[in-house]
Design a protein around this ligand. Sequence first.
Ligand code: PEP
Ligand code: MN
Length: 348
Amino acid sequence: MFIVMTVGATEAEILGVKSRILGEGLTPFDHQRADGVVIAVVGEMGDRKPALIERFAGLPGVASVTPISRPFKLTSREFHPEDTVIRVLDAVIGDGSLTMMAGPCSVESRDQLFETADAVAAAGATILRGGAFKPRTSPYAFQGLGVQGLRFLAEARERTGLPVITEVMEPNQVDIVAEYADILQIGTRNMQNYSLLRDVGRVARPVMLKRGYGATVEEWLMAAEYIVSSGNPNVILCERGIRTFETYTRNTMDLAAVPLLEQLTHLPVIVDPSHATGKRWLVKPLAIGGVAVGADGVMVEVHPRPDEALSDAEQQLDLVMFRDLMTAIVPIHAQVRGLGEAAAIPDA
Ligand code: PEP
Ligand code: MN
């Protein structure tokens, strides 16, 4: 449920309501709306709900108490109607602009990362991606450069000015990844790793939560709820394909999830056509499709020599293909968002 305070509610009245919520063994989360303060009440209520609603409604400064019908509360549009906008360095995610996250699947060397970073930055990428800790299906496959990879990412940020996003796989990696990276990524295999979700909920870095390849939209939003209810409101959702009976593509990109999420949640949504399709020639049409159905941005894997890549060789774009994608997607995004003049693409 959420409590709407009266327009003129005093600080003392707001504090009074919050301490009453805590006194009931529940947790308050306040949110400043244009028309005043709204306080979400979360926690296990069971049969007490009707009595609690009545009790909270009678407190000084309270205008109304409304139940939240969805099981996800803080991430729901019901509680938080305005879009969440996330700022990291010069990048803004969720404000209607086009977020383009690009970079290699894995950071393989300083040279490989810098070559990619320079090229994607010049082509208009807004965020640099690169895996340092890699979740690989085979324990014998390249597992990433680890902390050395994080250092290269931080150097690439200095070089290009782009914020960097990289995956954190385990709770004991959260602090070190947060020290080097600007955005933490939770991979598909960890979407329901609740201790990891709680831990990234406690750091002051935005988190991009990839959809579990077998997760429903509701399970995904409940996973996001773990992060937000642990104290981190800056969550980005990433549709990266789900597993179906189809085998021509690595996964099936659930495009319908994008407008569905737009209705259910205020969190920004990114699509990842690289992992969704597993094939480089399918990345451009699906990236465009994601933006056409309203995604806030795209994550794509880019490598200077994809065929030599140590991971996900088949799906990484080369530098020319990334530029070509940018040329195609920028005007489409502008048209979809009604921006009129297409944003300028930097010269080669
Ligand atoms: C990745 O983005 O590098 C990655 C491993 O993605 P996913 O978790 O979606 O497979
Ligand atoms: Mn990959």
